[in-house]
Design a protein around this ligand. Sequence first.
Ligand code: TXA
Ligand code: MG
Length: 336
Amino acid sequence: METKIFKAADLPQVIDLLKSGEVVAFPTETVYGLGADALLPAAVKQVFAVKGRPADNPLIVHVSDFEMTKQFVEKYHPLTQQIIKEFWPGPLTLIFELKKGALNPVVTGGLSTAAFRVPDNKITLKLIKEAGFPLVGPSANTSGKPSPTTAEHVYHDLNGKIAGILDDGATQIGVESTVLDLSGDVPTILRPGAVTKEILEDVLGIEVPLDAHLVKETETPKAPGMKYKHYSPDTPVYMVENSDWPAAIDWAKSENLRVGILAGPAISDKFTGLNHFIFENDSIEAATHGLFSGLRALDQREDVDIIFANVFSEIDLGLAYMNRLKKAAGQKYFKK
Ligand code: TXA
Ligand code: MG
């Protein structure tokens, strides 16, 4: 199959393909999604097949507005209006209790709840509105690879396996949406993202707990997808604390390992002559934006044996960044 690259002007063609059950990748503000009509079970199955995704890992249903969720959702949490007013469209996925039979079990993995999100991307919102059906959309990577933040990343992983890619340049945020469970009494964060615990608590005026597995690694995650080892490049990745960089670089030299550095300019500038992927600046936003791109870029280089990535503190957006980096690194830190 030829994988076509589409632009905003090609929306009618993209809609036709989706209507006929084809899979097309779409842009969002977080990462690219692998889109199919959420109401066509055969098309949704194709999404799982293309990615090599386990069937027990349910998909996010992307809608164009809150109104569109009403045909599926049985019951809303009392804080729903306040939350969507503040954060939709945006990088926040909400889990609601479903009406019986409202969505096919291929979408939900057989759960009685489902995940919904209004992505903050103009072209994709127009696509969903004009198509008239919601789009399922896991990240558009091969399972186990870093999520794609450009159309080129999608093409690299899925060329020949999907009908097309709707290209809208690089995504802004760089990691997947926050997943907030609103199906119980207490809103709970199942996956950290750009809508942080701190921001949610500030807006809602209540404590918003993290799912147990985010606090203690031995606990089972409530979001099925969080149990899988994600975002893993083939080149070994080590996390490096700020103060450990000189020792890490010396050690790699002594082992004759060619290092790829994933860090902001403050660190990168100290170690010239090595392979770098430098974040735009030293902020956590820039690091989050560049994390998956950087892992992919360094992983593809023949002259990199080992990747060192900079550690941030696990507060605010740092929690989302570290959650993804720890998985990519298989939890490994460089230690002197
Ligand atoms: O930013 C994003 O969220 C991207 C873009 C494309 O929207 N999508 C994305 O989808 O990351 P995916 O499929 O890679 O991640 C969805 C996460 C998984 O961890 C899944 O287990 C969880 O949401 N999830 C989905 N439905 C759920 C449910 N009913 N209960 C608990 N967790 C659920
Ligand atoms: Mg994913």
